[in-house]
Design a protein around this ligand. Sequence first.
Ligand SMILES: Cc1ncc(COP(=O)(O)O)c(C=O)c1O
Length: 393
Amino acid sequence: MTEPFLPYGRQEIDDHDVAAVVEALRDPFITQGPRVDAFERAFADAHGAPHAVAFANGTAALHAAAAAAGLGPGDEVLTTPLSFVASSNCALFVGARPRFADVDPHTANLDTARAVADGHADGVKAVVAVSLAGLPVDLEPLQGLRDRGVAIIEDAAHAVGARRANEPVGAGGLADMTCFSLHPVKSMTTGEGGIVSTASAELADALRTFRTHGIVRRSEPDDPLLGPWHYDIDTLGFNYRITDFQCALGLSQLERLPQWVAARNRIAARYHELLGGTAGLQLPAEPRAGEVHGRHLFVVRFTEGARRRRAMFDALREVGVGTQLHYIPIPRHGLYRSLGYGDATMAELPEAQAYYEQALSLPMFPGLTDGDVERVAREVRRLLQAPLTQAIW
Ligand SMILES: Cc1ncc(COP(=O)(O)O)c(C=O)c1O
């Protein structure tokens, strides 16, 4: 009997989630209803943040954060080459220009200490720091910039439910705004969805206004034209709203987030036990003392290089194990080439290039059984012993 195909990631939806969404759909407000506020409050509390503002998706959340930070044409934004393109597109959305610095070879996160020491952050108006795979990016080296008014935006799309030593990711002690994605492949979901947490009431207001067309309510008791219906639009905004029934799903999912993060960490520990010491295989960096890894992805590196990684992708697929590359470095994309980035940019980012040639995400989601993890590890070990024979490899 052939074994079932294992995807690299999968959402968890149970009867409680379904019932919560059905209940919300029976209420009069299916878009901006009470569950939006309730979800924002619960998410903020779970991440130790004073405020959270929910969006239609994580990309909208990043766009709103870039706008709330006041970024615009002429501004430069320091970020990582190793992320989904939304992490740097948020600069482009507001007319700013991304500037890429290299990653730490151990964590694959932006090497913030080196970026600051080498002057890559000089003159930037903001940093978008990504906690890749759910491992908290080191924000400490950026605090001096923050003191000088540089906005620190954490892209924690992968780090829902993760922790730094002194606070949960998103609590706001080290970043002005933290953007999460709630896409189904992430650690909890609202279907499509995103949310920004912040310690600043002012930024939370700006985020809410941006989410709804830039609308501000302004009525005057003594002016017959400015009744309770009156609103004004002072700034450009979008319709980036999330719906009430999506937030019903978010509230229901949030209850199980801690158990899912724990399950993901148990799976990661098992992979480490089963795959540790395998020749040609580098396992992901462990979190530092006191940190909790969000474990959205389990990215291994095939140290022989791109040919071996390609062979492993194909061979694992043949035995029913789905894997994925996270990510093609952003400067390599056609859009970025057309903006003047490309091979010359990558030549200055050797650690990101090395990661690009070697990385592959193995299956990682809470529903993986012990047997699934053992099967994946067994296949990885077996296939790694095969010689690289085919012409393409
Ligand atoms: C690091 C990162 N940032 C931002 C996003 C964008 O989130 P969304 O898909 O919810 O728009 C993603 C989604 O894949 C992501 O992985």
